[in-house]
Ligand binder design. Sequence first.
Ligand code: BG6
Length: 460
Amino acid sequence: MDYVFPNGFLWGGASSGPQSEGGSNEGGRVKSEWDYWFEREPERFFDGVGPAVTSDFYHKYKEYIQKMRQAGVTSYRTSIQWSRVIRDCEGTVNEEGVAFYHDVINEMIANGIEPMMCLHHFDLPEYWVKKGGFENRETVFAFAKFAAVCFERFGDRIKYWTTFNEPVIIPETGYLYQRHYPAVCDAKKAAQVGFHVQLASSLAVEEFRKSGCSGKIGIIINLTPTYCENPDKAEDRKAADILDLIFNRSFLDPSVKGEYPKGLTELLKEEGILPVIAEGDLDIIRKNTIDYLGVNYYHPRRAKARTSVYEGPLMPEKYYEPYTFEGQKMNTSRGWEIYEPAIYDIAENIKENYGNLPWYISENGMGIQGEEEFLDENGVVSDDYRIEFIKGHLKYLHKAMEEGCNCFGYHLWAPFDCWSWINAYKNRYGLLRVDIYDNCKITMKKSGTWFKELSDRNGF
Ligand code: BG6
């Protein structure tokens, strides 16, 4: 084997409650923001497929867990849906929802899969959506209470918790780029929502410390390294630095270091969009930093200084222009660049600038449209492109680990095909194929067989 990973390295997969469970109005679950939005604007969702059934994990979790194990998954991160556990703004606990997660966690442990739980994966309950979501400070404190309930009920078996998945997506896509609800473009609100989400995360960390649970708590951040067209040009470097502040450091710094980067505060001030911060908020953020980091990495960002004057509402585009180049490797289904060396750069950044804290790849993966094309004569999806994608990234991770980076695992998005928000089932990510038109029938892809070997041998 050319690439051997340390003993105990976590090989696994990630998904989330809203993207996998379905059973949306069963077991006392109330509506979430996705049910709310789909009811109002179903045309926004690819092929009109909404969040009601997704991959039917709610009913088929035992089968999924067994099949994931057969695909070599030894740790699985999903999320506890707030809307399944808490019924209303008053915080009434839904015991049926709690019982469901108890069963899922126990089933994972019984099958040799380490359960890792996230508390928020873009899924606000409808009762908070109607009150303004994270624009409203009340939602922040309600999240901390929900987190406390989860620590109390499940903290005896969960060793790895995370507060939010990709927190920047909440302001970025809900309040700038309009791919999540409420789909508005308002930079001032985005800044306020972003601050509230960070505060909610820090308060959840505080609850975790109070709970006395023996596990660890972290956050999952999508790190998107920014490369500038000409590193010798100060204007290009500046454009890349601004994007780094907005998209990476806005949650990375307060979560790991307990403080915001000065450049970000100055930028928001210059634009007149500094959020309202109550007395004591920054203290909460300072005192409640995380134990470990989950890094979602899919693609880099390419930036150069603007060559024309920006016109339009305040958006990150004011500060840069994207560039492309000959030979750029693309996943055309998703429109994302594939750039494996960024994994090494992320690892170096964490080592050099964030105290080399423990971290893992919490998501990396390749979504492909029309995978049916790759079905072989035995009905198996021959997804060699996915195997090559994983290998390519692992090579750079391995190099970084040999040079001392503190990475403890690799999770693929996703162990099984799941629902992707407004992209619904357009692109498939799984090691396991899910036929949503045939009762969510689950079959192993070629990559699942390969991943099992990877996980068994601890390398390739
Ligand atoms: C990550 C999210 O951004 O990427 C997942 O944590 C998401 O929820 C995944 O599904 C893949 O992106 P997409 O947009 O193709 O679903």
